[in-house]
Design a protein around this ligand. Structure first.
Ligand code: IPM
Ligand code: MG
Length: 363
């Protein structure tokens, strides 16, 4: 029997509510007599840890994660700690420290979800955004000098390397190739950003030669926002820099109906280090502790984790349980206009997973 070592990092805010829900779904899945088991280890890193220790995670934290097969992450963000400290102290530290260079964000309109675009049905919006996750605008390079003086200077330097650009484009082309439409849009801004983004375009052209069966095009990031709204069906797989994809992925989640249901995978494709899976919604302190957070983003995140572990049947089973739940308006949480609780949705999803007769029966 296979055993997967999973690190859980609930982090802050509603992360503490949705990660246990995700873990419960995984436990129900394993208890069905499947061919695998999970060994969980929980890490209490985040804002509370920071208040006790002065850092978001211990100095040897990355080492503790390296022995795991995957990481299930909740969120990082605390109203009493500056955002750049919580982010750089935990989530970005893990993404960069474990070289999780491909941030993968699927968006589609799940059954029962009311999406905002008229004339756009579920078949028209089925995207995967691939976000460069270790460099670019989030390289961390830069600084502030002469603080507080009129001559103060502040820089955030966007750093793009040939190696970093090539590996993310290659990942995106490969992903596009694995999807039925074999269609990739490379997002750029090479009209205004005349150095790094020109290199980005050139590398896309070079990498494309290795994928003759993938149809690809190029879109400026500003025009891309309009295209996502006006011609959603013209898109399938999308690759963009760290910041461009950060913005486009929020738009994608909103167009798919809710920021509460989207998942993210921070992938280290070479599998030397574990990959990390998280819902995109963030810590949402305004609803924390009320039991009304939407756990669907975490369940979908669990699906991505199972896919990464090559447990495709199990992933399909959890996805079927999610779609069964979203199709029922009584199981919609407040973000979707309903009044269901985290526990209601979790119970329904877990019951559906438990009831599935065989891996394929649920697919
Ligand atoms: C995301 C988030 C983060 C980011 C925030 C919390 C800094 O928006 O995961 O997209 O910009 O990367
Ligand atoms: Mg974002």
């Amino acid at each position: 029997m296979k055993r997967y070592r999973i690190a859980t990092i609930p982090g802050d805010g509603i992360g503490k509510e949705v990660v246990p829900a995700g873990r419960q779904a995984l436990e129900v899945l394993a208890a069905r007599g499947s061919e695998f088991r999970f060994e969980f280890e929980d890490f209490d890193w985040g804002g509370d840890y920071y208040r006790r220790h002065g850092s978001m995670m211990p100095a040897d934290g990355l080492e503790a994660l390296k022995g795991k097969d995957a990481i299930l992450f909740g969120s990082a963000g605390d109203p009493h700690i500056p955002d750049h400290i919580t982010l750089w102290g935990l989530r970005l530290k893990i993404c960069q420290g474990l070289d999780q260079y491909a941030n993968v964000r699927p968006a589609r309109i799940l059954p029962g979800i009311d999406a905002p675009l008229k004339r756009c049905g579920p078949a028209d919006l089925n995207w995967v955004i691939v976000r460069e996750n270790t460099e670019g605008e989030y390289s961390g390079a830069g600084g502030r000098v002469h603080q507080g003086f009129p001559i103060e200077v502040a820089t955030d330097l966007s750093v793009m390397t040939r190696a970093g650009t090539e590996r993310i484009q290659r990942y995106a082309f490969r992903l596009a190739q694995s999807r039925p439409r074999k269609l990739l849009t490379v997002v750029t801004k090479s009209n205004a950003q005349r150095h790094a983004m020109v290199m980005w375009d050139e590398i896309a052209q070079e990498v494309a030669k290795d994928f003759p069966d993938v149809a690809w095009d190029k879109e400026m990031v500003d025009a891309m926002t309009a295209r996502m709204v006006n011609r959603p069906a013209s898109l399938d797989t999308i690759v963009a820099t760290n910041l461009h994809a950060d913005i486009l992925s929020d738009l994608a989640a909103a167009l798919a109906g809710s920021l509460g249901i989207g998942p993210t995978a921070n992938i280290h494709p070479e599998r030397v280090y574990p990959s990390m899976f998280e819902p995109i919604h963030g810590s949402a302190f305004d609803i924390m502790g009320k039991g009304i957070a939407n756990p669907v983003g975490t369940f979908w995140t669990v699906v991505m984790m199972l896919e990464h572990l090559d447990e495709a049947d199990a992933a399909r089973r959890v996805m079927a349980a999610i779609e069964h739940a979203t199709a029922n308006p009584k199981l919609h949480t407040r973000d979707l206009g309903g009044s269901a609780t985290t526990a209601d949705v979790t119970e329904a999803v877990c019951a559906h997973i438990a009831a599935a007769k065989s891996p394929l029966a649920a697919a």
